[in-house]
Design a protein around this ligand. Structure first.
Ligand SMILES: [Ca+2]
Length: 283
């Protein structure tokens, strides 16, 4: 087939040359075209994981933003691809939750064929859905914007600055108190740590407390004889079932735990141990 076309064309050319004799057999004409620059296209933006469970404070949590970008003038015409904005579900600026400052340059990954950047969410990033905006610009200054989404779940977490509560030596009929403060201290430093509770999650919390006597105690002492105040909530008497303190502690904030033990008259003498359990209650 290809051979037949070649023969056919050569006959036509021969006929044209024959009809033009004795005119010139060739000439040149200047040819020009202006190829337009067209904007790059941000085809797709994705964020992984799409549902983020934050690490408790003070750690941040990485997310990977990937963008598929093309340009009809060729891939070399793409000059920059950047993460340019992050917004919450209300459309408000959420860039305060990033460890990085925007814009963040994205780099081309040969193996995925996509541009990518790793961002770090602060531990106080609120439970919400977020939109990441990616802007691609070509060498002619034309731009395109694409967006991708992710969600941040609720993280309920606390940190405490004490690893023991010591009531010392107490006579029957007397009480012993350990008062807290709102300053997170390093456990083991002198003077003795004043109990502090910190919200290291991303949602407001209440705090629940329970206290349990160890199995080897001479008699039950802590349960029913320990009272606690958290922030301005209480005093409440603690038992072996959780008591919730309505403190509405905001993410990143700290509060005091004041705890007191009353030793009733008639209590058997000896050493007593117990376990205080402190848990966050997400609201
Ligand atoms: Ca272009």
């Amino acid at each position: 087939m290809r051979g037949e076309i070649a023969i056919f064309v050569s006959v036509i050319v021969a006929a044209m040359i024959a009809s033009c004799i004795p005119a010139a057999i060739g000439d040149e004409a200047p040819t020009n075209v202006s190829v337009n620059n067209v904007a790059p296209d941000v085809v797709d933006v994705s964020v992984s994981p799409s549902y983020v469970a934050l690490n408790p404070c003070p750690d941040s949590t990485p997310i990977l933003v990937e963008a598929e970008v093309s340009d009809d003038n060729g891939p070399d015409d793409i000059s920059t691809v950047q993460v340019t904005a992050i917004e919450n579900s209300s459309g408000g600026d959420a860039s305060e939750y990033l460890e990085e400052s925007l814009p963040v340059d994205m780099t081309y990954n040969e193996s995925t064929g996509k541009y990518e950047a790793t961002l770090h969410l602060k531990c106080t990033t609120l439970n919400d859905t977020y939109t990441v905006e990616v802007t691609a610009e070509d060498k002619g200054g034309l731009e395109d914007v694409g967006t991708g989404n992710f969600a941040v779940g609720m993280t309920c977490a606390i940190e405490i600055d004490f690893n023991a509560i010591s009531f010392g030596e107490v006579n029957p009929g007397a009480a012993s108190s350990v008062d807290g403060d709102s300053v997170m201290e390093t456990v083991g430093t002198a003077p003795p740590v004043k109990p502090t509770i910190k919200n290291c999650g991303n949602a407001p919390i209440n705090v629940s407390l329970k206290i349990e006597d160890s199995a080897g105690n001479p008699t039950t002492l802590f349960e029913g004889n320990t009272t606690a105040v958290v922030d301005d909530s209480g005093p409440e008497t603690l038992s072996n079932t959780p008591t919730e303190f309505a403190v509405n502690l905001l993410p990143g904030n700290t509060t005091n735990l004041d705890i007191s033990l009353y030793v009733p008259v008639g209590t058997t003498w000896g050493s007593y141990t117990g376990t205080l359990t402190i848990e966050p209650v997400c609201m």
